[in-house]
Design a protein around this ligand. Structure first.
Ligand code: PLP
Length: 391
């Protein structure tokens, strides 16, 4: 590792790759492993999106570089989605930017906004990529706790003055990975006031904006009046349209943050392949019936798993969004212990809550991204392991 930089060499190992290695080893021994650790849809990309890609891929004009910030059609589709879905108006030229997945955009925004040593307030538990991107940008990740007893709503008043002095950005994520928690617009309004008062850029990761159940509709942070003065929101087609491998997302909102990000990006990646952007536009311009049927599938899987957890005495609530169950581990176990026991004794992979921060201790994240028969099998094995009867 002599060629790696200090920042790269001091990154903690990506937890998911550790479980992946263990999974491979068990599979080589002939053990049937059920992986409920993967945070990505198992369902295929809807065919109308694939069809658009195929048509566009055969046009020579689409083989050239994309405009830096993304093509007009994609940016217009994002703006029109925000108008239709949230009643938020966006200028597609200055307030919308195409991304090669939102992960890329979040990481590059962090490096575009930070000077060495600057702080970023990040949710704990939260998506681990935030901390890694901050570290790689020579910044300091400052976790703020999210507690079950407060419904995982940030208690911003508890952030210390010195932490605030140091910080440049405040990151939020609802519906939340890993907790599945959702908030109302009032929480975003408070966060926007707080960010204004303390001169923070407010960054909302809305990767699960459309993955919601029953009549619940997740708000956009840009629905807060005046939010564009301080806030950007990241969106992704990965989770809502089963397009993780396509690498297409966007960021909307504050012009200055978007401009800084676009400077980093135009010197790094020259945007996404045009046919993928156009297929992404088709997704955003669609009637969302594919999203609805996906959500119905996740909802059913979640109900199924929750019923099984209840039988073995594990406590978890039904989330209003995401495809995750955030469950308390049984008494006497740590997150890591319990996740290891599940893998060793039941052949079921879940993610220990501590993969998402210190406050994740005492929980596991169960990802509902496998077909229902596999979930039933996983539930039966868990019941057997916990002595809750035979499968
Ligand atoms: C999956 C995920 C992302 C990344 O999505 P891409 O658009 O595929 O890069 C970002 N944030 C959260 C919280 C996620 O779970």
């Amino acid at each position: 590792m002599t060629y790696g930089s200090k920042q790269v060499n001091s990154l903690p190992p990506y937890l998911f790759s550790i479980f992946h290695q263990k999974k491979k080893k068990l599979q080589e021994q002939g053990i049937d492993v059920i992986d409920l650790g993967i945070g990505a849809p198992d369902l295929p990309t809807p065919s109308f999106i694939i069809n658009r890609l195929t048509v566009e891929a055969s046009k020579p004009d689409n083989h050239k570089y994309s405009p830096y910030g993304g093509c007009q059609e994609f940016k217009l589709a994002v703006a029109s989605f925000y108008k239709k879905h949230y009643n938020v108006s966006l200028n597609p030229e200055t307030e919308v930017l195409a991304l090669i997945g939102s992960k890329e955009g979040i990481a590059h925004l962090i490096s575009a906004a930070l000077d060495p040593g600057d702080g970023v307030l990040v949710p704990d538990p939260g998506y681990p990529v935030y901390q890694s991107a901050i570290h790689l940008a020579y910044g300091a990740g400052i976790p703020f706790p999210l507690d079950e007893k407060n419904g995982y709503v940030p208690q911003l008043e508890s952030i210390s003055e010195s932490e605030l002095q140091r910080s440049k950005l405040l990151l939020l994520n609802y519906p939340s990975n890993p907790t599945g928690a959702t908030v109302g617009l009032d929480t975003f309004t408070k966060a926007a006031d707080f960010a204004k008062k303390h001169k923070l850029g407010l960054v909302h990761d809305a990767a699960y904006d459309l993955v919601t159940f029953d009549d619940y509709k997740a708000p956009s942070i840009l629905q807060v009046p005046g939010a564009k003065e301080i806030a950007v929101e990241f969106g992704s087609l990965s989770k809502s349209f089963n397009m993780t491998g396509w690498r297409i997302g966007y960021v909307v909102g504050n012009k200055e943050l978007i401009r800084s990000l676009s400077i980093v990006k135009s010197n790094t990646d020259t945007s996404q392949f045009l046919p993928i952007q156009k297929a992404g536009a088709a997704a955003l311009n669609s009637d969302f019936s594919s999203v609805k049927s996906n959500n119905a599938i996740y909802s059913k899987r979640i109900d199924n798993m929750l019923a099984a957890l209840k039988e073995i005495g594990m406590k978890a609530d039904k989330p209003r969004g995401t495809f995750f169950i955030w469950a308390k581990v049984p008494g006497g176990y740590s997150s890591q212990n319990f996740a290891e026991k599940l893998l060793d004794e039941a052949g079921v992979i879940v993610t220990p809550g501590t993969a998402f921060g210190l406050k994740g201790e005492g929980y596991i994240r169960i990802s509902l991204t496998v077909p229902i028969d596999r979930l039933r099998e996983a539930a039966a094995r868990m019941k057997k392991m916990m002595g809750g009867g035979s499968p």
